[in-house]
Design a protein around this ligand. Structure first.
Ligand code: MF3
Ligand code: CO
Length: 258
């Protein structure tokens, strides 16, 4: 079942989305050499508390997870693709970080992710991040009435593959609204013209994940959450919560820092 949101509900989701955007901006600003992942989680917690919002991540336990998620932020470093648990690891020069964050406010959820480098960036990482953002923009651009889910998937997948990157098998975006994960699933690769027709009032979290080596294989780390690339190559991730409206896609988690 896909719930179509009213304009007022989309405005309320935007309120939640703005908290997410503020938190990610604060996390990126705080992330420097020597800063621990737990410290970044604390930065995100502060933004939630000040906004009077709660975390849809904390305590979350989907069927694949052996333990409830222990943080409010996912921080995935280097060969970690997504769902990295904040721990005592301290960021090093040249690390590639993905920060993924959600907030619930007034009964509505926003979900967004950014990737960035710490210290002196590797050129290959900058290219990977830039392509991930371009894939996200292409997916958002396809989120229009008259298209289908497969058009979003195809737009994302085309950008990734043209640049030679891998796409983790079987992982992608999702519907979002009163809960973080709703129908429909939004794959990061697919055939145009297939899948659920897009309608005004649908809200989607669109989230390309790219693997630098061009391979698609991943595994779950012993912590039961972190997805890592099988070949150890680096990965990047970007995500926005987007509403489909009659006048085009509306990004609900937009940030001041782009
Ligand atoms: N944005 C991620 C997703 O949609 C984060 C959720 S996993 C959590 O899969 F457990 F940390 F909540
Ligand atoms: Co998501």
């Amino acid at each position: 079942m896909v719930e179509l949101k009213t304009d007022a509900s989309i405005d309320a989701m935007h309120e939640a989305g703005q908290v997410v955007g503020r938190a990610l901006t604060a996390v990126r600003k705080a992330a420097g050499i020597g800063v621990s992942l737990l410290e970044l989680d604390a930065v995100a917690r502060d933004v939630l508390r000040e906004a009077g919002a709660t975390s849809p991540f904390l305590g979350y336990r989907p069927s694949f997870a052996p333990v409830p998620y222990p943080g409010v932020l996912c921080v995935s470093v280097n060969d970690a693709i997504v769902h990295g648990i904040p721990d005592g690891y301290r960021l090093r020069d040249g690390d590639l970080v993905s920060a993924d964050f959600g907030a619930e406010l007034g009964g509505w959820v926003g979900d967004s992710a950014i990737s960035f480098t710490v210290g002196t960036p590797r050129p290959a990482d900058l290219r990977l991040i830039e392509t991930t953002e371009r894939a996200l923009a292409a997916g958002i651009g396809a989120a229009v009435v008259g298209n289908r889910i497969g058009d979003i998937a195809h737009a994302i997948g085309t950008v990734c593959r043209a640049a030679g990157y891998g796409i983790p098998d079987g992982f992608g975006g999702h519907g979002i609204g009163r809960r973080m994960h709703e129908d429909p699933g939004v794959p990061n690769e697919g055939r145009p013209g297939r899948g659920m027709p897009l309608r005004a009032g649908m809200a989607l979290a669109i989230e390309p994940m790219l693997i630098a080596s061009g391979r698609d294989d991943w595994h779950t780390a012993p912590d039961g959450w972190t997805l890592r690339t099988d070949d150890g190559s680096r990965a990047a991730h970007a995500e926005h919560t987007v509403a489909i409206t009659e006048s085009g896609p509306r990004i609900l988690t937009a940030r001041d820092d782009g």
